[in-house]
Design a protein around this ligand. Structure first.
Ligand SMILES: *[C@@H]1O[C@H](CO)[C@@H](O)[C@H](O)[C@H]1NC(C)=O
Ligand SMILES: *[C@@H]1O[C@H](CO)[C@@H](O)[C@H](O)[C@H]1NC(C)=O
Ligand SMILES: *[C@@H]1O[C@H](CO)[C@@H](O)[C@H](O)[C@H]1NC(C)=O
Length: 325
């Protein structure tokens, strides 16, 4: 999520540093539109995949959770949250139980401290339907952005606060919250700080919009840092990111209109989309299916950053992956 009014984007220089994306794109990945919301100004912010294969999609332009069927290519409203204006990150915490950040912000920014809470979306009971409950308010949170989980801390939601510059941990069972991680690489500068957060292989990985980089920090089961923060890759615009079962990272470049791929060798290349194309129009977040074959991506439709006329409605895309690479 990058609100445009606080972003003095000028250009997207690809710095000559380690693990910058190569300028020659790899053979174009196959991108299939799955669903498009209606109207410009729509903004899909984050995504999670249900065991049924259906997608849960959050919106910032409306306090709404949507369900998208990638086979039928249809979408429907699951729930509209009263007393809030926006949804941010969503992530699966227990099988078929998802955590989502709900509060007040707009697509232009304007986060309201004191408005944020973590809710659960329980889809386990297919007869009763989806059960949605508020779990814990985080009155000190300024702007929860991406949500994540880590295997070593079951039942814990990682919440990236892109203005406060911290990772909150929310224990769903105990209904408690605390700052788990805080580092200068998470801080807001002229633009948002930490954006996406996901646990992987004993570390918390996170992107910083301000620093245009992907970082990691090793943690213990309490989500306490057990070593220094390391820069994994840098030199590209970032929003949230997805980690495939084979350890490949897919980074959404938001206003860059591309998806970057970082293989296990640390080499970053442009995997899908192009700066001058709306094929991948403002990718905000993604998730890879359990079989590693498909990356589902949500977009803000180009977000109208530099050219307000050059946008399309927000949408959901399927990107074909080759798990053998
Ligand atoms: C959040 O927005 C809702 C809907 O506009 C409003 O009713 C509520 O008072 C707001 N909450 C805060 C803390 O400003
Ligand atoms: C709306 O949100 C505010 C701030 O989070 C809270 O104080 C208030 O009780 C909520 N109202 C309702 C009707 O949920
Ligand atoms: C996982 O972490 C271990 C221990 O830190 C490290 O040796 C290994 O390379 C990591 N694997 C991946 C895929 O990052």
């Amino acid at each position: 999520m990058h609100p445009r009014h606080i972003l003095p984007w000028l250009s997207w220089p690809l710095l000559a540093v380690c693990a910058t994306p190569s300028s020659s794109p790899s053979p174009a990945a196959k991108v299939t539109p799955i669903y498009q919301f209606q109207g410009s100004g729509t903004w899909a912010e984050n995504i999670a995949i249900r065991s049924t294969g259906n997608l849960l999609v959050t919106r910032v332009d409306a306090p709404e959770l949507w369900s998208v069927d990638p086979i039928a290519k249809t979408g429907s409203l699951v729930h509209r949250f009263n007393n809030a204006t926006a949804l941010m990150g969503i992530t699966e915490i227990y099988p078929d139980v998802f955590a989502v950040a709900v509060g007040n912000a707009t697509t232009a920014g304007d986060p309201v401290t004191g408005s944020w809470a973590v809710w659960t979306v329980d889809t386990t009971d297919t007869l009763q339907g989806i059960d949605i409950q508020e779990v814990v308010a985080i009155p000190e949170a300024v702007w929860p952005n991406g949500l994540g989980r880590i295997d070593d801390a079951p039942g814990v939601v990682l919440v990236a606060d892109c203005v406060k510059g911290v990772v909150w941990k929310v224990d769903l069972a105990k209904r408690t919250y605390a700052v788990a991680l805080e580092d200068s690489t998470m801080a807001q500068m002229d633009v948002l700080g930490i954006n996406g957060v996901h646990g992987y292989n004993g570390s918390v990985y996170y992107t910083s919009t301000a620093l245009k980089a992907l970082f990691r920090v090793p943690v213990d089961g309490e989500v306490r840092a057990t070593g220094p923060v390391e820069t994994v890759a840098q030199g590209f615009g970032v929003d949230d990111f997805a980690i495939a079962p084979d350890g490949t990272f897919y980074v959404m470049t938001h206003a860059g209109n591309t998806i970057l791929r970082m293989g296990k060798d640390g080499v970053v290349d442009t995997f899908a989309g192009a700066a001058d194309s709306l094929e991948v129009a403002g990718p905000t977040a993604g998730q890879v299916t359990g079989d590693g074959k498909t990356l589902f991506v949500v977009t803000c439709g180009g977000c109208g950053r530099d050219a307000p006329d050059v946008t399309v409605p927000a949408g959901v895309l399927a990107v074909e992956l080759d798990p053998s690479i």
